[in-house]
Design a protein around this ligand. Structure first.
Ligand SMILES: [Zn+2]
Ligand SMILES: [Zn+2]
Length: 135
């Protein structure tokens, strides 16, 4: 990973910091109920990258097993949800990225759980459950 292309991010208090290479990132929204509970927000957005393209540069995340496969990692100091691991990719919570302006979502996953009043006026593909490209 070269530092010239990497993006950085951190939790709300700044104790947990990371960087990643966004070159092949897959970015999308997730409307699932687990993400709603974990984030406290009606919808989340994620950048998914290969584990080799992500590294923690400060602090240490706490984690809980949110499903048989996946662990969700958060800052033990401030509680910010920061990333997810366990599949083929690391999912990074877009709201924790310092400058996510280049990370444009390409779809909506888990619209079966979408808040009925939430209207996002785009023409991106939508899936009832996991997007087919999710690993
Ligand atoms: Zn923190
Ligand atoms: Zn989700």
């Amino acid at each position: 990973m070269t530092s010239s292309t990497s993006l950085t991010g951190h939790c709300a208090c700044g104790a947990l910091r990371y960087r990643f290479d966004p070159a092949s990132a897959v970015v999308d929204y997730c409307h699932c109920k687990t993400c709603q509970r974990w984030s406290g927000a009606p919808v989340t957005a994620w950048a998914q990258v290969r584990p080799a393209q992500f590294e923690i540069v400060a602090g240490e995340a706490k984690a809980f097993q949110s499903s048989p496969l996946y662990k969700r990692h958060f800052c033990g100091e401030c509680g910010s949800p920061v990333y997810m691991s366990g599949g083929e990719t690391i999912g990074i919570m877009l709201g924790t990225v310092d400058d996510a302006s280049s990370l444009v979502p390409r779809g909506h996953g888990w619209t079966a759980d979408q808040m009925p009043w939430l209207k996002i006026d785009d023409r991106l593909p939508r899936w009832d459950e996991d997007a087919p490209y999710d690993g």
